[in-house]
Design a protein around this ligand. Sequence first.
Ligand code: IMP
Ligand code: MG
Length: 189
Amino acid sequence: MLDRRFVCESIVEQTDPPVLISEADIQQRVLELAEQISADYADCDQLVLVGVLKGSFIFLADLSRALSIPRTIEFIAVSSYETGSVSSGAVRLIMDVRGNIENKHVLIVEDIVDTGHTLKYLLRIIHSHGPASVRTCTLLHKAECAEVDVDVDYIGFNIGDEWVVGYGLDYAERDRTLPYIGVITPDDR
Ligand code: IMP
Ligand code: MG
């Protein structure tokens, strides 16, 4: 016989979070960003997109394929939130870029900029590799949550102080593969 608690949990998990940004709106904005980035780097034959794992993997996949300029892909992995939604402020490097980015033009591709601590840390790491230039691109930006001053060159959407999931973003590893950006209320808020 099925455990009643198990049945209830399954039902809860099947409820999709409410939509904040639709799949169509994301796709449209990704194309616009790709067009702008392609124009800005029109004279550049060595743009390296550095995707920040894990959250940016879907955005990076769509953005990189929509560009009309030569580009290569690298990944970097950092962690600051562990598994919850409250930033510890302390960012940890889990995996550095593998390829040589010295004297190359780098575009850091993030899923979301919240307090800004992660991007500030990433900029320091990337600069230490001696690139020709570094710019930053994020799908989502929570400007009102900024705790440190950090420049973001390309922003998909500005959002408020809410926890979002989907299109690569998660809450404790859940909801990463939702095709849209949804809003949830984390247990720890
Ligand atoms: P920051 O250091 O506070 O700017 O946080 C940046 C990182 O925290 C992002 O790259 C995400 O991985 C994660 N993050 C921040 N806000 C959210 C959210 O609303 N949903 C999912 N992940 C988030
Ligand atoms: Mg991230």
